[in-house]
Design a protein around this ligand. Structure first.
Ligand code: FEO
Length: 388
């Protein structure tokens, strides 16, 4: 992106953040995150969102450089979550003539975050299908509620065929991260927006009617080629279809016997040339395990019993999957318990609240450590997994 120019009249004015410890207060981001913001220059100049507090100074410098002595006429607020909205109050004070473009929900929430003088006179309230001409460019507003908050909206710039997609199509990792889009985009989407598949399907339907040449999200790289690839991934994820035929073995183990059983299963599946990954839920990145559960078609849950219930790392994992509307998968269950195995009962209770789950037989109960009978059962389970 030479000189931060996306086109001759659209500038990138966002920033990378490698100092963040946890994104949204919970997600590990080893390669940081980018907060994207754009300036469209025309007869009227439009800022597309502000950025997080962690990079205010850099954002202001980039904005002023791109404005080159001019003033912004509009700020479009696509999303009010603070990683994008933190600087709204500051920029409104700096440019008191600037109008703010948002929808009814945007303007209902803004006073909860900011104290903006003359908001009623400055607001330009738009709804689905409204447009704003700024010279050579025309912005069309497309409501995208719950992708990822209720006030979210996309903007389609029809002259240059650019979709400003708010959080959608974003990823973890800053713009210098040397990594493919897919894994960190999946981990981002599933964990942050995964619950709202119906709403994402609705926005994909609207987007399918547009001729799009570039997607400018609020995080991660600007997408300029092979857009079908990214849109197809969003279609798969938001319709809860598995992305790959494969097996996630997710285990939680107190002293290692359940871990050992999980690893024996992994070996048996690999002997059969199956596509398998294994996660220790007490030690792995939980967001990655959740992302893998959505990626693969099958999952085997292996857990110790605990306090007449389920070992907490597994209970947390399953409850988070439930919160994200996890569904439409084939599931095997292995429990371990020395005197009163109770893990399978709780695992079954939680997954019974998910849609379209098919249980793989046999469900296996280990009494402390794997025995010969368990090995026979596990080989049967492997056959079921391969057949499923
Ligand atoms: Fe990047 Fe939902 O905020």
């Amino acid at each position: 992106m030479e000189n931060n120019m996306i086109t001759n009249s659209i500038f990138y004015i966002g920033a990378n953040d490698r100092n963040i410890d946890l994104f949204e207060g919970q997600y590990k981001v080893a390669n940081g995150i980018s907060y994207n913001s754009y300036l469209i220059k025309d007869e009227k100049n439009v800022i597309m969102d502000t950025i997080d507090k962690n990079a205010t100074e850099e954002w202001i410098q980039k904005l002023e450089l791109a404005l080159n002595g001019e003033k912004p006429d509009y700020l479009v607020v696509s999303h009010l979550e603070p990683d994008h909205s933190y600087n709204i109050e500051l920029i409104c004070k700096k440019y008191p003539e600037m109008k703010i473009v948002g929808n009814a929900k945007t303007f209902a929430f803004i006073p909860q975050f900011f104290n903006i003088e003359n908001l009623d006179e400055r607001k330009v309230e738009v709804k689905e299908g409204d447009s704003l001409n700024i010279g050579k460019h025309t912005l069309n507003f497309i409501m995208a509620p719950m992708v990822h908050w209720p006030e979210v909206m996309f903007t389609y710039e029809q002259t240059e065929k650019i979709l400003f997609s708010a959080d959608a199509f974003g990823k973890f990792g800053d713009l210098n991260a040397e990594e493919e889009w897919l894994d960190e985009a999946r981990r981002y989407y599933i964990n942050i927006v995964g619950k709202y598949g119906i709403q994402v399907q609705a926005i994909l339907k609207k987007a399918s009617t547009l001729d799009i040449e570039k997607i400018c999200p609020l995080h991660g790289p600007i997408l300029t080629e092979n857009l079908e690839y990214y849109i197809n991934k969003y279609d798969i994820w938001s319709s809860y279809r598995p992305e790959e035929d494969g097996i996630l073995i997710a285990y939680s183990s107190i002293y290692g016997n359940t871990a050992n059983a999980a690893k024996i299963l992994e070996g048996l599946l690999k002997d059969e040339k199956q596509n398998v990954v294994i996660k220790d839920l007490a030690r792995c990145d939980m967001a990655e395990a959740i992302s893998d559960a959505f990626k693969y078609s099958k999952i085997v849950l292996a857990s110790s019993s605990y306090n007449f219930g389920l070992f907490p790392p597994m209970e947390n994992f399953l409850n988070q999957l439930k919160l994200k509307n996890f569904q439409n998968r084939k599931v095997g269950i292995i429990e371990n318990g020395t005197w009163a195995p109770s893990a399978a009962k709780v695992m079954n209770e939680i997954i019974s609240q998910m849609k379209d789950i098919e249980l793989l037989e046999p469900s296996i109960t280990i009494r402390t450590k794997m025995n010969d009978e368990n090995l026979v059962q596990m080989k049967e389970l492997v056959k079921s997994i391969i057949k499923a």
